[in-house]
Design a binder for this molecule. Structure first.
Ligand code: HEC
Length: 186
């Protein structure tokens, strides 16, 4: 608020011996300014809060202002996962084992954990994407590469379309747990 005080002193100086209208402005203006500054702070604090709560705190993803997708879809992908899921800090080893089996059968031919193959490397995916994004990509790859800006870029980069694998939400979740465990152990 330092500059309001400065402004106030300057006004005091300017309005010495001046007419009553100017005097009125003198008291009113700082008040108006304070209100304006306060409004700015409030606006910043609450701006888009509803959307932000749906978005992630731990990964950085771009938002696309011109997109038709909802902010949730922009960050977490398009597919059957439409709200944030709870992921506990502890890794569920039983789920990891199930995820590993599916990964080896259905993903490994195109994805490696430490290198790009036909598709991107998945070893660090937990740093790059939210769990919901990864699951939506697994469950709905066709729409992700057609209608999601990240998917469109990935397709342009890799030239091959990821196959639809007909997996359940639980299976996709288990693969995510496997990828999370791999990343934690790296
Ligand atoms: C036929 C090869 C192929 C198979 C099989 C495949 N993928 Fe993909 N995947 C790709 C390609 C290629 C991309 C990049 C997008 C595109 O071009 O379709 C991709 C993209 C992804 C992405 C997004 C990566 C990112 O950087 O955001 C995830 C996540 C993913 N795949 C997970 C899986 C999982 C898990 C499986 C197994 C259930 C799997 N994929 C099976 C080829 C494949």
């Amino acid at each position: 608020m330092g500059w309001i005080v400065v402004m106030n002193t300057r006004l005091n100086h300017m309005t010495k011996n001046s007419d009553p209208i100017m005097k009125k402005t003198k008291t009113f203006l700082p008040l108006l300014l304070s209100f304006f500054v306060l409004a700015m702070f409030t606006f910043q604090a609450c701006g888009g809060s509803e959307d932000e709560s749906a978005i992630s705190e731990d990964i950085e993803m771009e938002l696309y202002p011109d997109s038709d997708l909802t902010p949730f879809q922009q960050v977490h992908g398009i597919g059957p996962i439409t709200e944030r899921i709870e992921i506990s800090d502890d890794i569920d080893q039983e789920m990891v084992m199930r995820g590993r089996v599916i990964y080896e059968q259905k993903c490994e031919m195109c994805h490696q954990l430490d290198n790009r193959r036909i598709g991107p490397s998945l070893g660090d995916i937990v740093d790059r994407r939210s769990p919901e994004f990864v699951m939506n990509f697994i469950l709905n790859p066709g729409e992700m590469v057609r209608n999601h800006p990240v998917g469109q870029d990935l397709l342009a980069e890799h030239f091959t379309e990821m196959q639809y694998q007909n997996l359940s939400i639980e299976e996709a979740r288990a693969i995510y747990e496997f990828l999370r465990d791999y990343h934690a152990g790296e």
